[in-house]
Write a protein that binds this ligand. Structure first.
Ligand SMILES: Cc1cc2nc3c(=O)[nH]c(=O)nc-3n(C[C@H](O)[C@H](O)[C@H](O)COP(=O)(O)OP(=O)(O)OC[C@H]3O[C@@H](n4cnc5c(N)ncnc54)[C@H](O)[C@@H]3O)c2cc1C
Ligand code: SF4
Length: 342
């Protein structure tokens, strides 16, 4: 048994003070961190509980966008009227993940920082550069069904498991963070990293930095034509093999004015290729244009053997998600208005 210290932070200043030393970790919903501690993958000496911080609100931003508090629960975020009205893609992505019970506990900040579901990462009997830098990667040459087809390195082929983050990437969210050195904002595209030589680093967050908010820019004209499509091994309660966030702004003439595409389950971070989105603009919203965008999005895809199927699956998923977005946003949250039934 590893003894740990537990500290309840009352405000942001206190949370930052208590997290100043190495070996300390913030805890929000605990749905990922506690699992990692039980498996001995994470061994913090102290837990700084941030659930008491005034960071659970979801409010309109001064710029016409939305500010999601870091400790707001995933369920509260998905069902919030302002999210459902302006950012139905985010609602759909959150509700595609985990289970009602987990979404009721999971926080927005924690969702961004959840760790990979690579089996070897959780298995202390195997080598893993993410868990023990320099030890090797058991997944390379091993079981790779879940692993990356884009942006992998010789040191790690893990994927980022979040659904919410795929939508946040497409929405071009901005992560607000604070540390003892002050506050800064990180564009979502720069928040998660590719593994490169340092797969132990999932994000560009510095040690001790606290996520306070996630800012969504003004909704633009995408709300009417967005879709989140997720393929997984079970109908529910499973991580994505491939997922797609698709958003279209289409004129009355059927021509695309703007487009956003992000892939999940295929890389160490949500995968976007600006060229693929630009290729849709000015073209009629039809299957040939969608197929071309899918080709561009997956141009550098490379399978690892056990996950080669993901390349075809992702191409088809992109086309289907764009078709669904064109048909019109489907509101999958109408049955509920508040906390999810457990
Ligand atoms: C069985 C199961 C199935 C799941 N299925 C899915 C799925 O299909 N799709 C999906 O997207 N997710 C899924 N999840 C993951 C779930 O969404 C995450 O576990 C959850 O979002 C993490 O949030 P949390 O608040 O519980 O984080 P915690 O476990 O409390 O923390 C996670 C990490 O974030 C850090 N942290 C938390 N908040 C902050 C902050 N504000 N600032 C800085 N650091 C912070 C912690 O130190 C820790 O390192 C599943 C989880 C489980 C257990
Ligand atoms: S893919 Fe990454 S997380 Fe999985 S074993 Fe290799 S280094 Fe570890």
């Amino acid at each position: 048994m590893n003894p740990i210290t537990y500290i309840e932070a009352g405000d942001v200043t206190g949370a930052l003070y208590h997290s100043r030393d190495q070996g300390r970790a913030f805890i929000a919903g605990g749905t990922n961190l506690i699992d990692l501690m039980k498996e001995q993958v994470a061994r913090p000496q102290a837990l700084v509980d941030i659930n008491g911080l005034a960071l659970a609100d979801i409010v309109a931003g001064a710029d016409g966008g939305l500010l999601l508090g870091a400790t707001a629960r995933n369920a509260d975020t998905a069902y919030h009227p302002l999210v459902r009205a302006g950012y139905p893609l985010l609602t759909a992505a959150i509700l595609a993940g985990a289970s009602p019970q987990i979404r009721n506990m999971a926080s927005n900040g924690g969702n961004l920082l959840q760790r990979t579901r690579c089996h070897y990462f959780y298995d202390l009997a195997t080598v893993c550069n993410k868990r023990a830098p320099g030890s090797g990667c058991a997944a390379i040459g091993g079981l790779t069904r879940q692993h990356a087809i884009l942006g992998a390195s010789d040191h790690c082929i893990a994927t980022h498991p979040s659904d919410m983050c795929v939508a946040l990437a497409a929405l071009e969210a901005v992560v607000h963070v604070e540390s003892a050195d002050g506050a800064r904002r990180i564009a979502f595209a720069d928040f998660h990293r590719l593994p490169g030589d340092h797969p132990e680093l999932d994000t560009t967050l510095a040690p001790g930095e606290l996520i306070t908010h996630i800012a969504l820019p003004p909704a633009a004209n995408f709300a009417a034509h967005s879709a989140y499509l997720k393929f997984r091994d079970r109908a529910s309660y499973a991580f994505a093999l491939v997922s797609v966030a698709a958003m279209l702004d289409v004129g009355d003439d059927g021509v695309v004015r703007a487009a956003r595409l992000a892939l999940g389950g295929v890389a160490h971070k949500p995968w976007r290729v600006p060229l693929a989105e630009a290729a849709l603009v000015g073209r009629r919203a039809e299957p040939a244009a969608f197929a071309h965008a899918a080709e561009l999005l997956l141009a550098s895809a490379q399978g690892q053997g056990g996950n080669d199927f993901k390349i075809t699956m992702a191409r088809r998923a992109v086309i289907r998600a764009l078709e669904q977005a064109l048909d019109g946003t489907h509101d999958n949250s109408h049955e509920f208005t508040g906390k999810e039934p457990t």
